[in-house]
Design a protein around this ligand. Sequence first.
Ligand code: NAP
Ligand code: MG
Length: 403
Amino acid sequence: MEKIQMTTPIVEMDGDEMTRVLWKRIKEILILPYVDLKTEYYDLGLQHRDETADTVTVESALATKKYGVAVKCATITPNVQRMSEYRLHEMWKSPNGTIRRILDGTVFRAPIVCRGIRSYVPTWTKPIVLARHAYGDVYSAVDAVAAEGNKVYLVAEDKEGREVSRQLVHDFNGTTGVVQGMHNCDASIRSFAHTCFKYALEQKLPMIFATKDTISKVYDGRFKQIFAETYAQYEAAFERAGIWYLYTLIDDAVARVVRSEGGLLWACKNYDGDVMSDMVATAYGSLGMMTSVLVSPDGKYEYEAAHGTVTRHYYKYLKGEETSTNSVATIFAWTGALKKRGELDGNAALSAFAARLERATLQTIEEGEMTGDLVPLFSREGITPKKLSSEGFLQAVAERLAQ
Ligand code: NAP
Ligand code: MG
């Protein structure tokens, strides 16, 4: 059989623990037999990040800027315990954070919907894609404790240090308390808006954006205004594509999303996105069925699974015990990258292969063969779900792919 050829490489970012184990096997048994795979390989495994003083992460992000498409394995974000476990020279920053900063991207998270796996919200039959504005607000705020008797102000100075405005935040007369100052930048909000509108058009998804501008008139009002200005550039294209855009209050957005059947893009401010993405992910069942793509305003794409390195399973694997780790989100990270590469290069065979691999993966589950996390969620008449090992599931997909 002729293997599918590639013209441009995909940036491959390897990772850690159980997902690193799955990564290798996905390539070996699901991709390499069919595709003459061209990747530019970066090892983002924690040990190699440490050996390279984390320059490898930066290089992989720059390569993504160059080639336009990357696929990333889950990676460990070091904490105190990992410092000693891996004898690290430094507590390196989250690779995802580093890559996101370099690409100035927005993360879109989408559940993989398949027959037999019901959502906890039974009306959600189509995916809800959630976009989180991953810049500013409370995530880069400064805060402080206010002593009794303090008056706390919000002060602005111009470049020469001259005070241009001063507002009293609170007079802590007779009580102690806390204060916080946060910000966002018009350029960041605008690029978030563009990326969301573009993604909605590309995926043909209607889109909701919400803030609390009735309370936060200036701050959230700015988000509302920038989204409205930006949408003016997309309105005609939205109409042509037969999709809509709705700006509303966050309370109303939550109610609408819960009552919907899914099939929409929900653009969220930073904090809303943090909270709501966990809600949406949980409602769709398993973390193993959630994909994620980082999209930059100039159209660079990095695909990955939304879950982590599944440490608990990895420790079992190291002891030689059988694991049943869901590889679906990691498979879909690969298919997402292969599809996009095919689309950008006009390589229809590559995109078609990616679609075929996705179908084989879903078909495996729909026919009742799945990893342990999905078994309690599965219900289809006449089919008793069968729990497979990590390797067994990949083999079951490989069989269907070969047909
Ligand atoms: P996790 O790896 O997502 O796993 C948390 C738990 O969720 C697992 O123990 C497992 O539950 C379940 N789970 C997640 N993915 C699964 C899958 N594919 N198949 C089956 N079950 C799955 O999160 P964590 O344990 O909090 O974090 C582990 C490491 O991942 C950390 O070092 C963290 O820094 C890193 N992390 C990386 C990323 C990323 O690279 N994008 C994201 C998040 C976390 P049971 O144990 O009950 O089976
Ligand atoms: Mg969260």
